[in-house]
Design a protein around this ligand. Structure first.
Ligand code: GLU
Length: 586
């Protein structure tokens, strides 16, 4: 989602440096973008809605800030995109987060005569800082005082024309700084800085960074004293991947899944042992996630249940309401692909104050979640650029599956199943240029409603199916537990309503076949993801049953189907409308 990138240094190509930086943030999802650079003694703003422009002509500049916005306050317009000036155009501000009390602050500033150009909450920052500077405060004090007036989780970065300086501040949203011989760089995303240096400083909450050509200093906003920051060394494998004409990240990332699974088999065993150990020693286990990550947590609950291990799963944003029922000194397993999901980070704060031990499972080492966890299990899926999560989901699914096997003292069986799955998936991916997927997608793409039904371990996969289909195709896709069908959902089935049903070789099989019969006799078009052929399905994908890989292969089938539905409905598979990759606001 929203992103910040800033540079100050010897290079006079600041505009290009920031544009390239913003391009690296694109994978997080955004709706508009903007840059401020200092040219001929003035701050020049360049901004627009849509994708970050390529090949813009910039005048020479040594200092600048940029932003990718995911609108929260005010429409998606050029005017609302960041950076935002103060009245005198001597500072500009970029901001990630939501200023919860901005209306009150704006009213006060309007009374003092400030003129607002945009509808954003962000613009109060520029005018508050202007107000503080007019009282004779230093830039740092003006920024700290403004920061202390706002509520919510926010990071913002200020470019000052007068001081030729950039100042950043945060109380949760990430800000990372690094420097090399060319200058100093700031970003909200560590991988975007991986080519600049191997040493980084990640701002802690309530810290301010001031950067000039010579380097940077960190100030504690409470004591207002300089602190020597902890530098972290990070080798980040950020491959500068590009798309060929007509390629999409979504399909490319689905096609990378066999390699991701292979990498997990080759490298993740020690992490799986750690997770196994944490589960074995915990009396009470709670799990949280949001969106696809919630489905993963729910899936793991079903697996743990098969081993007689009880656990509780919560949608992250609901977890705080249950805190009174949580056993202290229990284990919290937090799932977040980005490691920056604010709902999850909120839960971590609550969990820590309840003495819970925190194990995170994330695709972002060095994320806020990793730093706040006792233990972090990386999922090693590589950078995922499509907003629609695919390879990160499958990677986590396989780590959970292997952990299940490990808990069951039979990791070899899991590894063997996943090795077999890799071959099956490779076959599926190369099969007749996806003819079967395209045929089925054509049959169902014209309908506005679609249902996916699963039971037991398949239920979270049915939930994920509905999510993938709705995110890309904008079809109203909804998952039901097959057992719930007769309790209401059946009323929604009409002639030709597409229904996807999961029929593995386990104790749920007969119930799924009965559910298929029930929807079919109301006219539904039934698509089975099944381990054996059955004429009850109008169409089906056959997935050979293996206890540890059936759901992994089934998920990949659904992802490919969702991709083709997205293309047939004419949507952008990499940037679904209104969505962002990491949800760093509430
Ligand atoms: N709340 C700000 C806005 O709507 C920042 C959004 C963001 O984090 O991108 O402009």
């Amino acid at each position: 989602m929203c992103g910040i990138y800033a540079y100050i240094g010897e290079s006079n190509s600041t505009g290009d440096i920031i544009l390239q930086g913003l391009k690296k943030l694109e994978y997080r999802g955004y709706d508009s973008w903007g840059i401020s650079i200092v040219v001929n003694g003035k701050i020049q703003n360049i901004k627009d809605i849509g994708s970050v422009k390529k090949n813009l002509e910039f005048k020479d500049s040594h200092i600048g800030i940029g932003h990718t916005r995911w609108a929260t306050s005010g429409n998606i317009t050029k005017i609302n995109s960041h950076p935002h000036y103060d009245c005198t155009k001597s500072i500009t501000v970029v901001h990630n987060g939501i200023i919860e009390n901005f209306k009150k602050l704006k009213t006060e500033l309007l009374k003092k005569g400030h003129v607002f150009i945009s509808e954003t909450d962000t613009e109060v920052l520029s005018h508050e800082i202007e107000e503080e500077l007019s009282l004779g405060k230093s830039l740092e004090d003006a920024v700290i005082n403004t920061f202390n007036k706002i509520s919510g989780i926010n990071a913002f970065v200020v470019l000052s024309l007068k001081y030729k300086k950039i100042v950043g501040i945060t109380n949760g949203s990430p800000i990372i700084v690094t420097s090399n011989n060319d200058g100093t760089y700031l970003s909200s995303d560590l991988p975007s800085l991986s080519k600049i240096s191997k040493n980084f400083v990640i701002l802690e909450n309530n810290q301010l960074v001031k950067i000039n050509k010579k380097g940077f200093k960190i100030i504690d906003t409470i004591t207002k004293t300089e602190i020597i920051p902890n530098k972290i060394k990070a080798e980040i494998d950020y491959t500068e991947d590009t798309l060929k004409p007509n390629e999409t990240w979504l399909l490319k990332e689905i096609e990378q899944e066999p390699d991701v699974l292979k990498l997990i088999l080759d490298t993740s065993l020690s992490d799986i042992n750690i997770l196994t150990n944490e589960i074995n020693k915990s009396k009470y286990i709670y799990m949280i996630g949001a969106g696809s990550s919630y489905h993963l947590a729910l899936y793991f609950k079903y697996m743990l249940t098969k081993l007689g291990i009880s656990s509780e799963v919560f949608i992250a944003s609901e977890f705080p309401y249950f805190i009174k029922t949580i056993h202290k000194e229990s284990l919290l397993i937090a799932f977040s692909q980005s490691g920056e999901t604010l709902d999850i980070l909120d839960c971590i704060g609550i969990a820590k104050s309840n003495n819970m031990r925190i194990v995170s499972i994330t695709n972002s080492i060095f994320s806020s979640l990793q730093r706040k966890s006792d233990i972090c299990i990386p999922i090693n899926a590589g950078v995922e650029r499509s907003v629609i999560a695919t390879k990160s989901f499958v990677a986590t699914l396989s780590i959970l599956t292997l952990t299940y096997n490990n808990l069951n003292k039979n990791i070899n069986a899991g590894e063997k199943d996943i090795e077999n799955a890799i071959n099956t998936i490779n076959n599926i991916l190369s099969l007749n240029s996806h003819k079967k997927f395209i045929d089925i997608a054509r049959k169902i793409s014209k309908y506005d409603h679609l249902f996916s039904l699963g039971k037991g371990q398949s239920f979270p996969i049915a939930l994920e199916t509905a999510l993938k289909i709705k995110e890309g195709s904008y079809i109203h896709a909804e998952a039901f537990n097959a057992g719930e069908l007769k309790h209401g959902a059946l009323a929604l089935i009409e002639k030709n309503t597409p229904c996807i049903l999961f029929a593995p070789k386990d104790s749920t099989y007969q119930s799924i076949i009965s559910a298929t019969r029930e929807v079919k006799s109301r006219g539904a078009f039934t698509i089975g993801i099944t381990y054996k052929e059955d004429p009850i399905f109008d169409d089906y994908f056959l997935v050979p049953y293996k206890e540890s890989s059936w759901w992994i292969v089934s998920t990949i089938i659904i992802q490919i189907l969702a991709y083709h539905l997205t293309i047939l409905r004419g949507n952008n598979p990499d940037k679904p409308r209104n969505l962002a990759k990491s949800v760093t606001v509430r």
